[in-house]
Design a protein around this ligand. Structure first.
Ligand code: FES
Length: 89
């Protein structure tokens, strides 16, 4: 069976996430920093909910109890129409 990818942007697998949680990393911010989940072009639209689900299952918490990772503002100015999708640049 192939790899089960949770973050397509950064090629992170379920096994990568579970291994870190098993090693004691149970903070979503730390998982984000170590695995770069949520830091790809989609900004975590796909992987963050999946990782939150894995974290909830592995730690016995409800997913709603786990805070979302902090969103960072762009490091350089971006035109509003780019953010809202009105421009392909
Ligand atoms: S799928 Fe993880 S940042 Fe895009």
């Amino acid at each position: 069976m192939g790899k089960k990818i949770v973050c397509r942007c950064n090629d992170v697998t379920v096994e990568d996430v579970e291994a870190l949680i098993d090693s004691g990393v149970t903070d979503i911010e730390e998982l984000k920093r170590l695995l770069r989940i949520g830091m790809g072009p989609c900004q975590g639209r796909t992987c963050v909910p999946i990782v939150l689900g894995i974290l909830a299952r592995k730690t016995g918490r409800r997913q709603e109890e786990i805070p979302l990772p902090k969103a960072r503002v762009p490091i350089r100015p971006v035109r509003v129409e780019v953010i809202v999708g009105g421009d392909d640049e």
